[in-house]
Design a binder for this molecule. Structure first.
Ligand SMILES: NC(=O)c1ccc[n+]([C@@H]2O[C@H](COP(=O)([O-])OP(=O)(O)OC[C@H]3O[C@@H](n4cnc5c(N)ncnc54)[C@H](O)[C@@H]3O)[C@@H](O)[C@H]2O)c1
Length: 386
């Protein structure tokens, strides 16, 4: 198998002069990465079972309410890993957060070593090992997208600055609040002392939705659906990718039928995943909360503790230029998670894709559309970028 191009935390460029033949470059990168992960203070804390401090913004919101109890119950970092929770809210939501804290206390979670609540991000992010940025300004009736971007631009630049000053330098930051890709970009750029690879945005909900649809279509359990991916922006433009997806080890095209495959992919599964969030609002009257909290837990847990191999998952990460995406954009890719880091899957990992030449063009087009949208979003928030 050809060498994979990029491995985090060490960029492949650091090893570009090594030959790729017989996996020589890959072995060097793996050796250095594993050396670095042994020095990773977060992984060391987990290894020694010292309490890990998790900061969560928007603690009294819909997602926050579904998230905090699961973190305290050990679902983020494991059933034997003590945690400290720091929940952060706006002044307007602080009283509700006090109520949530009382409920957390009433659960007497054995793993919850400490619980603090705050309306001051500097205080809330102090010493954070993991930060889950959920709180953001919701889009109101008649509100333009550009106004929403600007409102959240202020929130996430302030969060980035606070994280930079007060969080641990190894802090892993998962951005959930929408528009999550661009919010992650803003926070990352204001936290210049934290590595860019420590900032990700959540597209795991779209990923899990796609797996759920395929599981119901094929009548197979979700863990039998492998190598599904979501690319690009967490918006209706995102690209649900079936090119490598295996259902119980069988290519999806064979299960769906070669003749129907392209139509199913482009006109059924893709639009269903992209519009699922809007559909939930229509039916439930509120946006997804429990499923978003679940995705946030799966995203962050896989990132820190590793994802199931040889499968991959989807995560929006700061691009290093992979798949011709401009470096620096926060873009969702299929990724492998291992040793507290992640690796973007490259085309050498997509052996099946070459068989679908027509769809390869389609995929390229969809990636370009997502890049275009994210560059537009970046322009809209230019005033918030340092
Ligand atoms: N990435 C995804 O897949 C995904 C999925 C679902 C929802 N979301 C997004 O997650 C965000 C939260 O959703 P929700 O349903 O919990 O919303 P919500 O309105 O119920 O809760 C948001 C909470 O955040 C608080 N908040 C706002 N700004 C804050 C700040 N600067 N610091 C601390 N707290 C702050 C609010 O007071 C509120 O309590 C929304 O932006 C939503 O669009 C993302």
């Amino acid at each position: 198998m050809a060498a994979k191009v990029l491995r985090r935390p060490v960029p492949s460029s650091a090893f570009s002069w090594y030959p790729t033949a017989m996996g020589i470059r890959q072995r060097q990168l793996d050796a250095l990465n594993s050396q670095l992960t042994q020095q990773d203070p977060l992984l060391q804390k987990i290894k020694k079972k010292q309490p890990v401090r998790v900061a969560v913004t928007g603690g009294a919101g819909n997602i926050g309410y579904a998230l905090l109890f699961r973190i305290a119950n050990g679902e983020l970092l494991g059933p034997d890993q003590p945690v400290e929770i720091s929940a952060i809210e706006l002044k307007s939501g602080f009283q509700a957060l006090q109520g949530v804290a009382m409920e957390l206390e009433d659960c007497a979670f054995p793993l919850l070593e400490k619980l603090t609540i705050s309306d001051d991000p500097d205080e809330g992010f102090d010493g954070a090992d993991i930060a889950l940025l959920v709180g953001s300004f919701p889009r109101g009736p008649g509100m333009e997208r550009v106004d929403l971007m600007k409102k959240n631009g202020g929130i996430f630049s302030a969060a980035g600055k606070s994280l930079n000053k007060f969080a641990q330098k190894h802090c892993r930051v998962t951005v959930v609040g929408n528009p999550c890709n661009t919010n992650a970009l803003i926070a990352c750029q204001h936290a210049h002392d934290l590595p860019a690879r420590n900032f990700t945005a959540m597209t795991r909900l779209d990923h899990d939705r796609g797996v759920g649809f395929l599981s119901r279509k094929t009548m197979l359990p979700p863990n039998e659906i492998n190598h599904f991916a979501v690319w690009g922006n967490h918006s209706a433009t995102m690209f649900a990718d079936l090119s490598d997806t295996l259902c119980h080890g069988v290519p999806t095209s064979e299960l769906v039928g070669e003749f129907r495959f392209e139509r199913y992919w482009r006109h059924e599964l893709g639009p269903k995943v992209a519009t699922r969030g809007a559909r939930i609002i229509q039916v439930r009257g509120k946006s997804s909360a429990a499923s978003a909290a679940n995705a946030c837990i799966s995203h962050t847990r896989d990132w820190v503790l590793g994802s199931e191999q040889p499968d991959w998952t989807s995560m929006a990460v700061v691009s290093d230029g992979e798949w011709n995406v401009p470096a620096g954009l926060v873009f969702s890719y299929p990724v492998y998670c291992k040793d507290g880091g992640y690796t973007v899957v490259t085309d050498e990992d997509h052996p099946n894709f070459r068989d679908f030449h027509r769809m390869q063009e389609y995929k390229k087009y969809c990636i370009e559309q997502n890049v275009k949208e994210l560059l537009d979003e970046k322009d809209m928030v230019a005033e918030f970028l340092p």
